[in-house]
Design a protein around this ligand. Structure first.
Ligand SMILES: Cc1cc2nc3c(=O)[nH]c(=O)nc-3n(C[C@H](O)[C@H](O)[C@H](O)COP(=O)(O)OP(=O)(O)OC[C@H]3O[C@@H](n4cnc5c(N)ncnc54)[C@H](O)[C@@H]3O)c2cc1C
Length: 302
């Protein structure tokens, strides 16, 4: 971005909402990543529209950050604009059995609202450390549940500035997939349809799943969750273990011994360390089992 573009960005979004050269390791659960050239808080749909138009017209790269829990940001950072939804785009409201959650809301906050209202069906998401927007794009899921099973509609901002409401079917949900991966729609909000339940049982289910996570996952270290997608008919962690890679490391990037499907950052891992380890794991697992693992985490920036 040149100086004129930086000035224009401030004019459009407000000085208090723009930071230049923001370290992304502060905004990713991996605690890895160079600087975002600009880090922009977006407070309304209109602002998001203005911002994406500005980036398009000026040929400035644009990346939308959720809670940074499924990304690996490159050591040289992210050029252009990294936008994120502020508090103003994170509301949660309840109408009968439906929770309407804006994209910036955390899944944990939505799950807590469901608990308070005695609504069941969202317990699976309570321990996933992402935002509603990120979860919609990834069709986040765990323990037999996923977004596809509970989302009734999604309001999106289309690349040409139109606000559309997509039905569950139009979202084209699949395993860790939605249409948001094919078309650069920005999710604004979702209607999550739940069922009336019993508060005690919902609380119990959430606690039980949280305990299972704590027991099985290396939550005591920074990571971006499961590094690889689950290959059909296999478990990534088991394949990695069978290839003798439990505990394999490149500097501080380590295949967790607690859960071989996670690569963790034991302190000062760089994105390059993680990428090198990912490639080693993919090659060795392929040699051992003939299965080519596909990363679930998204590489962003340079
Ligand atoms: C300890 C740990 C455990 C995890 N467990 C699980 C699990 O059980 N199941 C699971 O599925 N995942 C899990 N994850 C991964 C991750 O939390 C999910 O994929 C989550 O949905 C990502 O959301 P996010 O807001 O952090 O997105 P980010 O990582 O910030 O972004 C992910 C992608 O979504 C896009 N995006 C963000 N917001 C929007 C929006 N509003 N509109 C369109 N696109 C958007 C981004 O541009 C990016 O491409 C885990 C991660 C960690 C660290």
């Amino acid at each position: 971005m040149n100086e004129d573009q930086k000035k224009k960005l401030i004019e459009l979004i407000g000085e208090e909402n723009v930071v230049f050269d923001e370290p992304m390791n502060k905004h990713t659960t991996f605690r890895i990543g160079g600087n975002a050239e600009s880090f922009v808080r977006v407070q309304s749909t209109k602002e998001m529209d203005v911002l994406t138009d500005f980036c398009r017209e000026n040929d400035i790269p644009f990346f939308l950050l959720g809670k940074g829990s499924n990304i690996l940001v490159g050591d040289n950072g992210i050029p252009g604009v990294v936008a994120y939804f502020g508090e103003e785009m994170s509301s949660i409201t309840v109408k009968g059995n439906m929770i309407i959650a804006e994209a910036g809301a955390t899944l944990a906050a939505v799950a807590n609202t469901a608990l308070q209202k005695g609504l069941t069906g969202f317990e699976f998401a309570a321990g996933i450390p992402g935002s509603v927007g990120g979860a919609l794009r990834m069709n986040a899921g765990a323990y037999g549940g996923d977004m596809a099973q509970v989302v009734e509609w999604v309001r999106v901002l289309s690349p040409d500035g139109e606000i559309k409401t997509l039905t569950n079917e139009e979202m084209e949900f699949g395993y860790r997939h939605s249409i948001l991966k094919d078309i650069p729609y920005i999710a604004l909000a979702a209607g999550i349809a739940l069922e009336t339940g019993d508060e005690k049982s919902i609380r119990f289910a959430m606690l039980e799943l949280a305990n299972r996570r704590k027991e099985k996952q290396p939550l005591e270290y920074p990571s971006a969750g499961s590094t690889f997608k689950r290959p059909e008919g296999y478990f990534a962690g088991k394949l990695i273990s069978e290839a003798g890679l439990s505990g394999a490391r490149i500097h501080d990037a380590v295949v967790s011994e607690k859960h071989n499907g996670f690569i963790i950052n034991e302190g000062c891992a760089s994105a390059e360390d993680v990428k090198t380890l990912i490639e080693i794991v993919r090659r060795k697992v392929y040699e051992q089992s003939g299965v080519l693992l596909e990363p679930e985490i998204i590489m962003v920036g340079e």
